[in-house]
Design a binder for this molecule. Sequence first.
Ligand SMILES: Cc1cc2nc3c(=O)[nH]c(=O)nc-3n(C[C@H](O)[C@H](O)[C@H](O)COP(=O)(O)O)c2cc1C
Length: 186
Amino acid sequence: MRVLGISGSLRRGSHNTRLLRAAALQLPPGAQLELFEQLAAVEPYCEDHDGDATPAGAADLRTAIAQSDAMLIATPEYNASLPGQLKNALDWASRPYATNVLRGKPVTVIGASTGIFGAVWAQAEVRKAVGASGALVLGDELPVGQADDAFAPDGSLADPRLRDLLAEAVMKLVDAARPAAATTAA
Ligand SMILES: Cc1cc2nc3c(=O)[nH]c(=O)nc-3n(C[C@H](O)[C@H](O)[C@H](O)COP(=O)(O)O)c2cc1C
């Protein structure tokens, strides 16, 4: 089973990318996390070009989503919302609307911020956007606040309560993706 991890941060040393790596430690055997590392290369979305050939960066994104069984999105919070480049990517992924690659895809949204609230507003915005595109959005939220101090040296979350919440969210995502993964493998 392939779980596509998208970090909404382009930053080297991103806490949200670290959070995806912490999630990978919790995956059961047979499931792999593949990080989408080309977010910065996704072109600005423009509806004028919907009928044209899809530009390379957006095409790579759509292919990565289409080839995954589930998605785990870790988002920072920028000004009480999600980062623009992540929203731009989700807009590309949402078109063409009727057949978009997010439709029916199990998606869990988690997030980390250096503030105390753990990017909960940004997570809600991401859930709203992917839900509007037809994804199967799981309700779990993971508020990793004060992210500068949130990770143990082995890359896992230092707080056992958050570690358990992450493990639970990851297991629910894998369970939601099992039927589709079985069909793909057959
Ligand atoms: C433009 C900008 C806006 C931000 N706005 C918020 C915010 O609204 N709430 C919050 O908790 N943190 C905010 N932050 C701090 C981020 O949580 C922090 O930079 C975090 O480390 C970003 O995630 P990353 O480590 O994955 O890059 C903001 C940071 C930037 C650069």
